[in-house]
Design a protein around this ligand. Structure first.
Ligand SMILES: [Zn+2]
Length: 195
């Protein structure tokens, strides 16, 4: 892992996520060890996606959470569900992300960074039902490639509409077993197979 336990390193990383950082927040982060500072910055950018300035309260909140949440997280690793995908949501398939903050963007325009050169990515957001409950599944690139049997390069050639069609055909209505991690009410899929 990249070491950054310096004021400069933390500033650079925060800016990379599209945030400015308050001097008090910076002091708190510099006081953490490398790994912890990185973890907090990652969580900050997920939780306070829209925050322009990260202040000390943001950092304290995350520090409090990561301290409490850790054992819960480990327990939830390896969750398994069996059921059906009933809908693929908008924003699935071949998408563009901002190279600076990783947000999903459209037409090379980021709400924070304005005109950027979008980076292509693959993801799926889907509604999943097991007969009793429903939840939203999130597939990152690797699992998307595997479950729709398509690579990012192939998807770029096919285009957005055809890629989405391929994903829908591969997933909707099939009985599947998934393994993954629960994250803020969503389910991050790590593995999927048809049953
Ligand atoms: Zn951006």
């Amino acid at each position: 892992m990249h070491h950054l336990a310096s004021t400069e390193g933390i500033l650079k990383k925060a800016l990379g996520y599209g945030h400015q950082i308050h001097p008090d927040a910076l002091k708190l982060l510099v006081a953490q060890d490398d790994e912890k500072a990185l973890e907090v910055l990652d969580s900050l950018s997920e939780k306070f996606l829209e925050a322009i300035v990260i202040d000390a309260e943001h950092v304290k909140e995350i520090l409090g959470e990561t301290a409490v949440k850790k054992p819960v997280k480990t327990r939830k690793v390896g969750s398994k569900l069996t059921g059906k995908i009933t809908q693929i949501y908008d924003g699935s398939g071949l998408i563009q992300r901002c190279p600076k903050c990783n947000r999903w963007i459209i037409d090379n325009f980021c709400i924070v960074h304005s005109d950027v050169e979008g980076v292509w990515d693959l993801r799926i957001k889907a509604r999943f039902e097991d007969g009793k409950e429903r939840c939203t599944l999130i597939f990152k690139k690797d699992v998307t490639e595997k479950s729709a049997n398509i690579t990012l390069e192939e998807a770029k050639k096919l285009g957005e509409a055809a890629t989405l069609e391929r994903i829908k055909n591969a997933l909707i209505g099939k009985n599947i077993k998934i393994e993954g991690v629960k994250l803020n009410g969503n389910f991050l899929v790590k593995d999927i197979r048809e049953v």
